[in-house]
Every structure is written in C-alpha cells, then in structure tokens.
Design a protein around this ligand. Sequence first.
Ligand SMILES: *Cc1c(COP(=O)(O)O)cnc(C)c1O
Length: 376
Amino acid sequence: MPPMKEDASSLVPRPSSPRDRIAQWIRPEIRELSAYHVPDASGLIKLDAMENPYHWPEDKLDQWLELLRTAELNRYPDPHARQLKDRLREAMAVPAGSSILLGNGSDEIIQMIVMAMSGEGRSLLSVDPGFVMYRMIADFCGMDYVGVPLREDFSLDAEAVLAAIEQHQPAVVFLAYPNNPTGNLFDRTDMQRIIAAAPGVVVVDEAYHAFAEDSFMSLLDEHENLLLMRTVSKMGLAGLRLGMLAGAPQWLGEFDKVRLPYNINVLTQLSAKFALQHVAMLDAQTQQIKQDRAELYAQMQALKGLTVFSSQANFILFRAPAGKAAALFEGLKAEGVLIKNMDRAGPLLRDCLRVTVGAAAENAAFLQALVKTGLC
Ligand SMILES: *Cc1c(COP(=O)(O)O)cnc(C)c1O
C-alpha cells in the first residue's frame, strides 16, 4: 500500500455546514420553495381539508377488518392493481375505450404527468386561483407555470385562456371541475373550446365530482387529448391515498412509464375495493353533505358582512369584511374550529376563507363560532 499522501484538495476550503452544501447542491428553484404547510389540527373541529366527517358503521368495520386478515404484507402489491381498476371502471363509469392509471393520491398523478412532459421551455397552464399542487409540482420538475386569472366572479375567462394557449403552447392544461378553492363549475362550452385549442393534453380534475352535477367523463371518447382525473379522497377515503386518471391508452401508456412500480400498496388496494363494493354507503354520505352544504350556505348568507360563494363541492368559499380574514380565522380557532384562510392566496382571494362542509354538529359549531367572533 502506498503511504498516505497529504491530499491537496483538503487544503481547499470546503463547505462546513449543511447550509453551505445546500446552497451548493440543492437546485435554486427548490431552495426558493417553502414546503406545503399542513397545520396542526389536534383538538380542533377540522374543517380545513375537505375531508368527509363520517365513520363507517360497526358491521362494515368488522367486514373490512376481516378482509384485511387476508392481506399479504410480505408480498409486493399487484403492480397493475387489476381488480381495483375493474371496480373503479364500474363505479366511475369509465368509457370502454379509455384506460385507467392509478396514483398514490391524484397528487401523484399530477406529478407523473408533469415528470413525463417537463423540459426546457415546456409549460403547464392553469387558472388562478386554482389548485396549488399544479404550480408546486411544475416548480419541482422545472416546468414553467402559466396561471391565467379567473374573472372577479371566479368564472373562466375563456378568451384569456385561449390567448395564453396560443402564446405559450402549453404541454398540459389543468382545469379543476369544480374548481378548488372557488367551488364553482366552469362553463362547459368554454372548457370544450380550450380542449379543442390545446396543443397538448388537457386534464380535467374532477376531485369533487361526487358533489357536483356535471362531468366530462362521457366526453373522453370524443377528444383524444382529454384526460380525466378523479380521487377517492373527497368521497370519504382520504386516508387511503388513491387517485385515478382515465383517458386514451396511448397517453396513459406514456405516463405509466414514470410511475413507480408498486405505488398502490396492498392495504389501499384491498380497502378501496371493499369500499367501492359499498359505494351506496359513500353515496349516502355525499348526499348528506350536499344537503348540509345548502343549509350552511343559507345560514352563512344570512350573516351580514359575509359574501358567500355558491359551491358544487364539499366546501364553501366566503369573503370576510375587508381586512378581517386573519382575525376571523384566529377567532374561529380560539373557539376550536379550524378552517383555511385564503386571504394571501392571490389577488382575487383577498379577505377570503374556505370552510369544509362537515357533519351537522360541526357546521353548527362553526356558525356559532363565526357569530361569536363579532366580526360578521
Ligand atoms: C384535493 C384535491 C386533489 C388531490 O387529491 P388527492 O387524491 O388526495 O391527492 C386534486 N385536485 C383537487 C382540485 C383537489 O382539491
């Protein structure tokens, strides 16, 4: 063995703290981001994240637990989740000509699409205010984000979107239908003009489909560049992390290449199949939530000082008296109710907050706390 020599490189000053190394090695666009913040909800009535408030009845829980005994945790899951896809195809009325791709939540599907399409000069187009993950994932993957402002009433400015498509030639357009955080459905004809004009794919994100009266699912056969995304999260299964993309097999085949092989775990596959066998139970919960949404909307509208926006989702966006959003948010929290303050989420959302429709008692507690703040 040759004698150890003094290594010349050791004389060059080396970064001495994580901070210096991070500055050297983490991509600048990542350093500039802040991590998605999920507030601590312990001890609070949780009306901030569009979760379904209901639990399953005991007999259903027992059946489910019995089924979990059969889970083979020592084996990798079925990489194609075939049985689950069959159930989803049926439950979601996916047209025969369309394929299905599954994600660990629809967030992962957005990530797969963007990973497969990003590159120098490529862009993702959506609307502002819209679902924040579109922009975040575009940022992670180094894809340009083009956000076209909605109109003041949160309707789609189709002419502005078409002009932006013409100018930026986006690889992918994401439109949530209904939109989050505004809760409205965009004009269907405008959406179709956008699908026709887009040079790449258009993903219609129907995360809130269960609470809405319309869908683009039946149009999949008519537009080869239309993809439709759904999730079981807002239907009452947020803990499972399961999202679905439906569309032309050729497109899905490309996105499938960037999917990690076992992204839908054994427990999720089993549990989701089970839940979809009992979809009537989930549908009944959805109906209840829609009914409670109408009631909550009317009660909020009766409070002076609030502007309440009508919703086709399981949440309601509303505007507080000018400059009062933060005080209202904190006031509610002090009363034990957690909602989401959207005041800083873009110019159109000034003074706005978003509340999830919960169980009747939770909605009542929210209303009571709202009045107690004395701000409306
Ligand atoms: C909640 C939400 C999703 C994410 O759903 P997951 O399947 O839980 O990842 C996607 N799109 C919109 C518009 C949402 O609001």
